[in-house]
Design a binder for this molecule. Structure first.
Ligand code: 1GP
Length: 245
């Protein structure tokens, strides 16, 4: 089954959880161990990416090792066209819609397109929208951050993504954000769009995850949490059960 089909089918009956692993933060073997524990905790997809420092070598090696140990779909969450890997199942073919840099909106996509074709990667067209505080990705991506107090701006970007034919919208507060995207913003966006809504950045507690899922996120992404706890399976398990409740 194609990854997009898997996502569309799954969110008809439940909320999804995706685990983001930065290939730059640990060895490929360690990444595979994290992926395995995340799978045991009930995560549905492994996303691979990060804002800085990633090489194609670490991307390839990490994905290969993860694919050896878990049979979950692996999606590349790229920060540029130079980190694509043929070992993944799919990649977010994403545009940072609220960036001031044309390179982030369409430049890297043009550079990467032919490689996506050659590597036979499934592209998942996604509109990426960065909300305050934005953290590193907000800076690196030169985002004109959506204000936390202006959910209507997030709605406008999300609708534009849908009308451009994108299949997913991702509201991002930035990895390690002190607070996730406000639930009121999530619910306003969800009310107006018909495509699946992904929310990530700053989600470390089960209660917050539940609140955001209830507000209307179809997919919750967590990354940093796995670096903060000793027992990944237990910590992620709580988040996953909270959103799938
Ligand atoms: C970053 O949304 C993801 O793109 C994950 O954020 O690391 O804060 O969980 P965290």
């Amino acid at each position: 089954m194609k990854v997009m089909e898997y996502i569309e089918k799954k969110i008809r009956s439940e909320k999804m959880h995706m685990t983001l692993i930065d290939p730059d933060d640990q060895s490929p073997e360690e990444a595979a161990r994290i992926a395995k524990e995340a799978k045991n905790a009930g995560t549905d997809v492994i996303m691979i990416g990060g804002s800085t420092g990633i090489t194609k070598e670490s991307m390839d090696a990490t994905i290969k090792e993860i694919k050896k140990s878990v049979n979950l779909p692996v999606i590349i969450f790229p920060n540029s066209a130079s980190v694509l890997s043929p070992y993944a199942d799919a990649l977010y073919f994403m545009s940072l819609l609220n960036s001031e840099s044309v390179e982030m909106v369409i430049g890297q996509q043009v550079k990467g397109a032919i490689y996506v074709k050659k590597m036979n990667l499934e592209p998942l067209p996604m509109g990426y929208i960065i909300v305050e505080p934005g953290m590193t990705v907000g800076k690196v991506g030169r985002a004109k951050l959506i204000k936390r107090s202006s959910p209507q701006d997030a709605v406008a970007y999300a609708l534009a993504a849908q009308y451009l034919g994108m299949k997913l919208v991702y509201l991002e507060a930035g990895s390690g954000a002190p607070e996730p995207v406000p639930p009121e913003m999530v619910s306003m966006v969800k009310r107006e769009i018909d495509i699946p809504l992904i929310v990530g950045g700053g989600i470390r507690e089960a209660e917050k995850a539940r609140e955001i899922a209830r507000a209307g996120a179809d997919i919750i992404v967590t990354g940093t949490i796995v670096e903060l706890v000793d027992d990944i399976e237990e910590a992620l398990g709580k988040i996953v059960s909270a959103i799938k409740d």
